[in-house]
Ligand binder design. Structure first.
Ligand code: CA
Length: 247
């Protein structure tokens, strides 16, 4: 657990966090920084992928805004390396024409994507939403979570407070979004949801990648929490409709 000093002004902002912005276009980086600071976040900016990895260690960000095309080490590789050591939320900045589904399919573990050109206001809103989901908000976030018991199943334990998942006693490394998805399904056992309903519930309607996003996330989630992903025990497909969680 990282101890944080709580600045009273920052504490008023429910989602104030340390954010690392990795972007080599100065104009874009400046605008992003200005909007995030306005929301009370502490921002550090770097222009190169290799610098991003060094700053990740030093600054210990609670969220990373990461451009895809970077000098040094590219955004995909930066994201992969971050994922090897942390579940910190990552929002990728992608150029038009780089297909979101393809990126998701690479399984690099980003939590959200914004396509350039984007409105800084929209990015700031997504940052707030991702932080809210990740439970990274200090002070205000914690009390509401108290008293929430882990969901226990035969082979799986889902802890909404720690945001952790154990498979047969072993911790499973999930992205913030993957956790939200399995938690939502497990909190509504046997209830069948369409992909559209899951997009609304888990993605807050802000994600424009479409229903295949749900399919891709479900596949990744199964590969992580099912002992036999081709014959899932918990995360069931309901053909022609969507998905359900079988307790
Ligand atoms: Ca770039």
């Amino acid at each position: 657990m990282v101890q944080r000093r709580v600045d009273p002004a920052a504490a008023l902002m429910a989602s104030a966090a340390r954010i690392l912005v990795v972007e080599d276009e100065p104009v874009v980086a400046e605008v992003v920084e200005r909007y995030l600071r306005r929301d009370g976040h502490q921002v550090r900016r770097v222009e190169r992928g290799d610098e991003a990895l060094a700053q990740f260690e030093e600054f210990e960000p609670e969220l990373v805004v990461l451009d895809l095309m970077l000098p040094g080490v590219d955004g995909l590789e930066v994201c992969r390396r971050i994922r090897q050591r942390s579940n910190v939320p990552v929002i990728m900045l992608t150029a038009r024409g780089e297909e979101v589904d393809k990126l998701l399919g690479l399984g690099i573990g980003a939590d959200d994507y914004v396509t350039k050109p984007f409105s800084p206001r929209e990015l700031a809103a997504r940052v707030a939403a991702v932080l809210r989901r990740a439970g990274a908000a200090p002070a205000q976030g914690a009390p509401a979570e108290r008293g929430r018991e882990p969901l226990r199943f035969e082979r799986l334990v889902i802890d909404p407070v720690e945001r952790s998942v154990l498979l047969q006693g072993e911790p499973v490394s999930l992205t913030a979004r993957e956790f939200d998805l399995i938690q939502y399904l497990a909190e509504h056992p046997r209830q069948v949801f369409t992909r559209e309903q899951l997009l609304d519930a888990v993605w807050d309607r802000e994600f424009t990648g479409g229903e295949s996003t749900v399919t891709v996330h479900m596949r990744r989630l199964r590969s992580k929490v099912e002992t036999d992903p081709s014959r899932p025990r918990h995360l069931k497909t309901v053909w022609g409709v969507g998905y359900k969680f079988e307790p």
